[in-house]
Design a protein around this ligand. Structure first.
Ligand code: GDP
Length: 230
């Protein structure tokens, strides 16, 4: 694993707010997001227990979601790398946290996917140890990105993870995936539904993001939002 800690902790001069054509929410620094995610991103650590966590290197963002939600695809698309995060395979098979270093500026943490049909109490049991301890005790963890498939209703397992994140008092952001697969009207409805859900949870960030790893929709806005946390 790398031994150098980030030295600047900032992104340098800020570019003008808003994306090309003014389509992004005001205040988003699209260029900083783009620059951050052009940095090399490398896997450097896998932790299977809380005493194995790597020493903090700088700000961390963790990605969570049920298996098949599109987590690996999103991490790969954000970083522009084809096979950085591997598809999680069978639900719950890999109970480890995978750490990636993005240019010594930001650490991306891939959390294990939880089961599609898992009952809330099974998810809570699975997340009780390493996941919960990590979430609660990691001072550098800036935000959890909780992915929701835009085509599928929010499941009991998603609600269970949101409850755990509330309890761990970690800020988390709901991010819809696979929006290339739904109509604009369905997306608008899904965004309203997710925003209502976010408002009902103490630790949820109020803005919901919508993305497609296939079409690239929403990626530059999400990169910019993550860059703001560095
Ligand atoms: P993970 O288990 O959450 O890591 O999910 P994967 O990234 O492996 O994706 C699961 C499936 O969804 C794969 O067949 C992907 O090709 C597909 N997928 C992921 N993201 C998108 C997307 O943005 N659009 C579409 N249409 N399919 C996607």
């Amino acid at each position: 694993m790398p031994t150098t800690a980030p030295t600047d902790g900032g992104l340098g001069p800020q570019a003008p707010a808003g994306g090309p054509g003014g389509l992004s929410p005001p205040g988003l620094d699209i260029e900083s997001g783009r620059l951050l995610f052009t940095q090399a991103c490398t896997f450097f650590y896998a932790a299977q227990s809380i005493d194995q966590l790597p020493a903090p290197l700088g700000p961390e963002i963790a990605f969570a979601g049920r298996s098949n939600v599109g987590k690996s695809s999103l991490v790969n698309a954000l970083t522009g790398q084809k096979a950085l995060a591997r598809a999680s395979g069978q639900p719950g098979r890999t109970k480890q946290l995978n750490f990636f270093n993005l240019g010594d500026r930001l650490i991306l943490v891939d959390m294990p996917g939880y089961g599609y049909a898992q009952a809330a109490k099974e998810v809570k049991r699975d997340w009780q140890g390493l996941m919960f301890d990590y979430l609660r005790g990691r001072p550098d963890l800036r935000r959890v990105i909780l992915l929701l498939d835009s085509r599928i209703e929010v499941k009991a397992s998603d609600h269970a993870v949101m409850d755990l994140l509330d309890r761990a008092a970690v800020t988390y952001q709901l991010v819809l995936t696979k929006i290339d697969k739904i109509t604009p009207a369905a997306l608008a409805a899904k965004l309203r539904e997710a925003a209502t859900l976010a408002r009902a949870h103490a630790a949820a960030y109020p803005d919901v993001a919508a993305t497609s790893s296939d079409s690239g929709a929403g990626l530059e806005d999400l990169r910019a939002q993550l860059a703001q946390l560095v």
